[in-house]
Design a protein. Structure first.
Length: 262
């Protein structure tokens, strides 16, 4: 091969290299391994398992609906029960994404799973009696003389009830100890008990019970923490839901249901 041909070939190779170096990069996203376009922010979708205290049911049902309106790819799957019961389920491996407790003590039991727990609401106790107040209950002292149902001591509403009664110097022999506040209210509303101690939020909008705010109620306040869980099956949706609960929109819904500020 003569030298002129070699020189021509070299020029062509250099030109091709120069053109490749000067070409502009693609303006589109880099393709994902499956060929789809990648995104800078993860899409919020999939099943979201929220384990929440029974007293949060009405508020969280509404918050869940608002959250899924904003994130239609999410299926909101709440589990409501006493906080201590939920802790046991989560410790035994229940696939939860978020835990919302009715007190800090039960959240502390999940310290190895809960990621940065944050207070988001507060609540106080009231005396609930059946409509018409047939036993004429007026004060905490009256609970010692009528059929009274309370939450079990290990449940947040039970711990708060114990403190409230102790502060008032009242000893009550309960007809039953329930594992969540909903069960207490159900028995009172059905007339199976003359009275029970429940959260102020539980009686909002109810016409089958009457409410007495006892002296000292404002001194016994339950503070509610919420946290995404380590190893959550849907960590992206978990973080987004916690942020929504803490947002102005979430806080307004909680306030509408009678919850106080954190």
């Amino acid at each position: 091969m003569n030298r002129s041909i070699l020189r021509s070939a070299a020029v062509l190779v250099l030109a091709a290299v120069a053109l490749a170096g000067c070409s502009s990069p693609s303006s589109g996203p880099e393709p994902a391994p499956d060929g789809s376009a990648s995104s800078d922010s993860a899409t919020v979708s999939g099943d979201l398992a929220v384990y929440a205290a029974a007293s949060l049911k009405a508020a969280f049902d509404e918050i869940g609906a608002a959250f899924t309106d904003e994130n239609p790819g999410v299926t909101f799957s709440p589990v409501y029960d006493g906080s201590s019961t939920l802790v046991t389920q989560l410790q035994e491996g229940a696939p939860g994404d978020v835990f919302a407790s009715a007190d800090e003590a039960n959240m502390d039991k999940l310290s190895d799973l809960a990621i940065d727990p944050t207070l988001f609401a507060s609540n106080t106790l009231v005396i609930a009696v059946p409509a018409g107040n047939p036993a004429a209950v007026e004060t905490l002292a009256d609970l010692a003389d009528v059929t009274t149902v309370l939450c079990a001591p290990e449940v947040p509403c039970g711990a708060a009830s114990t403190t409230l009664l102790s502060n008032a110097g009242v000893a009550v022999e309960p007809a039953s100890l329930e594992q969540n506040v909903t069960a207490v209210l159900t028995k009172v509303a059905a007339g199976e008990a003359d009275a029970g101690l429940v959260y102020a939020t539980d009686v909002v909008g109810r016409d089958d019970v009457e409410v007495i705010v006892p002296d000292g109620a404002g001194d016994v306040v339950n503070h509610y923490p919420i946290a995404a869980l380590d190893g959550a099956p849907n960590s992206v949706a978990a973080e987004a839901f916690v942020a929504f609960v803490l947002s102005d929109a979430g806080q307004k819904i909680l306030a509408d249901h009678g919850f106080g500020a954190p």
